[in-house]
Design a binder for this molecule. Structure first.
Ligand SMILES: Cc1cc2nc3c(=O)[nH]c(=O)nc-3n(C[C@H](O)[C@H](O)[C@H](O)COP(=O)(O)O)c2cc1C
Length: 432
């Protein structure tokens, strides 16, 4: 069996502005309904979690202006995803809910307290996608002229996690008594300062709430650079990865397992979910026809691809020659994502060829639910585990395709769960 997650790549933003099947997204995007529909559907389908992307910036790298991004509602506007978490929690009973938090701009005390609060509100189903953030424009909203150097960001993140663990542990086991006979709510001797004084943070503690049902939230991570991988292997319960070849995905998993052991961790407690996308229809032929139709619209999509490359790298891809191979991009922004977007298709391809590809950058499937389910099973057994992260346009049609079309086909093959064994997120994640 493998795990399933759903990546909400535009966070609490506008999904598929002005595209077919996007409904009234222009006015509805600020409401929780689409997320609640998604959450209920993927819970019915047995998914482990949904993951809400986030970033705090108005991008302006493509065309060296915010024009393209604002006009197309791509990555802007974007609401804060945190208030969605308890709303989704109220509408579901088993699903894990992962929201993105950056260690670069959240003070660890606020982060640890918010996570504990959300874990209480969801009764043990919250996760944090811990990111370092990669964009100078975000850094400039928090008092920096430029973002910290790439690897330094992970050193800051590592200490941030250390402070957060200490804060979540600042109420010792047994501190909460709720003893109505003696009148003591809690034993103050078990609630202690952490007195953390480090290279980047200073925090006295203790946390002014006791930890949630999970003790600490599920930690999710998507770093792909050497520093990012090491950080993920040290801290994450679940890792998100983007590869299009089985060999590369397997090598990544082996690397994460090796790094986990070097940090004294049991690799089987880290669940790696690989990004995937699928064109699904009633029949294989119907799905192939849909793919052909998508290819006809590739020119419009190409612009999105170039904007995405600009967003991830901070470089203006409108200035590159479309008919030349893409040079190797050195960036202080998202290094692994930039490499995946610009190089994975092969160094020889021109920028135009890469931009016109309909491939998602992760594993792509085309066919009927049965065909896609069979192929996903083959991919996962060749990699060795642990699951897939759906990374696809979010609208109510795609929700139905994956949850009412594909998921039953996966379940018939015994590839995904048919029920949740535990009330809490981490326990379900570690079940297999
Ligand atoms: C599936 C996925 C989701 C991500 N979500 C976010 C996000 O919400 N916010 C963010 O700032 N970065 C996000 N990232 C970027 C990663 O945190 C990381 O910066 C990127 O993968 C590059 O890795 P590196 O920094 O180790 O080079 C995401 C990456 C992936 C693959």
């Amino acid at each position: 069996m493998f795990h399933m997650g759903w990546f909400i790549a535009q966070g609490f933003g506008v999904h598929g502005w002005n595209q077919p099947w996007s409904g009234s997204i222009g006015t509805e995007w600020t409401k929780p309904d689409l997320y609640i529909d998604l959450a209920r559907a993927i819970e019915r389908a047995g998914f482990d979690y949904l993951m809400l992307e986030d970033g705090s910036l108005v991008p302006d790298s493509y065309g060296s202006s915010p024009e393209w991004f604002v006009r197309n509602a791509w990555m802007v506007p974007k609401n804060d995803p945190m208030p969605l978490v308890p709303l989704i929690g109220q509408a579901t009973r088993h699903l894990g809910i992962v929201a993105t938090m950056t260690t670069s701009f959240y003070p660890p005390f606020i982060g640890a307290r918010l996570a504990a609060t959300l874990d209480h509100l969801t009764e043990g189903r919250v996760g944090l996608n811990i990111v370092t953030a990669h964009n100078d424009r975000a850094a400039q909203n928090f008092g920096l002229d430029q973002h910290h150097e790439h690897d330094l960001r992970y050193e800051i993140a590592d200490e941030w996690m250390d402070v957060a663990y200490k804060l979540w542990g600042s109420w010792a086991e047994g501190a909460v008594l709720r003893d109505e006979v003696s009148g003591a709510f809690a034993d103050f001797t078990k609630v202690n300062p952490i007195d953390h004084v480090g290279r980047f943070f200073k925090s006295r503690g203790p946390l002014n709430t006791h930890p949630g049902p999970q003790g600490r939230p599920v930690i999710c991570q998507a770093g792909g650079s050497p520093a990012g991988r090491s950080f993920a292997a040290k801290h994450a319960d679940t890792i998100l990865a983007r590869f299009r070849s089985i060999d590369a995905a397997r090598a990544f998993r082996e690397d994460i397992h090796r790094l986990a052991l070097s940090h004294g961790r049991d690799p089987s407690r880290i669940k790696i979910l690989y990004m995937m996308s699928a064109v699904i229809d009633e029949t294989d032929e119907g799905a192939m026809n849909r793919l052909e139709a998508l290819k006809k619209g590739a020119a419009r999509q190409a612009e999105y691809k170039l904007a995405f490359m600009s967003y991830a790298s901070g470089k203006d891809f409108s200035k590159f020659d479309l008919d030349q191979p893409v040079p190797e991009i050195k960036t202080n922004a998202a290094q692994a994502s930039t490499a995946a977007l610009t190089r994975a298709a092969g160094a020889q391809k021109t920028l135009r060829e890469i931009a016109m590809e309909t491939a998602s950058g992760g594993f792509d499937y085309v066919g009927s639910p049965d065909t896609v389910a069979t192929q996903m099973g083959e991919t996962m057994s060749a990699i060795g585990g642990d699951g897939f992260l759906v990374s696809h346009t979010l609208n109510r049609r795609t929700i139905a395709e994956f949850t009412d079309g594909l998921a039953p086909a996966l379940r018939r093959r015994g590839l995904i769960r048919s029920a949740y064994s535990y009330p809490r997120f981490r326990d379900n994640l570690l079940e297999f």
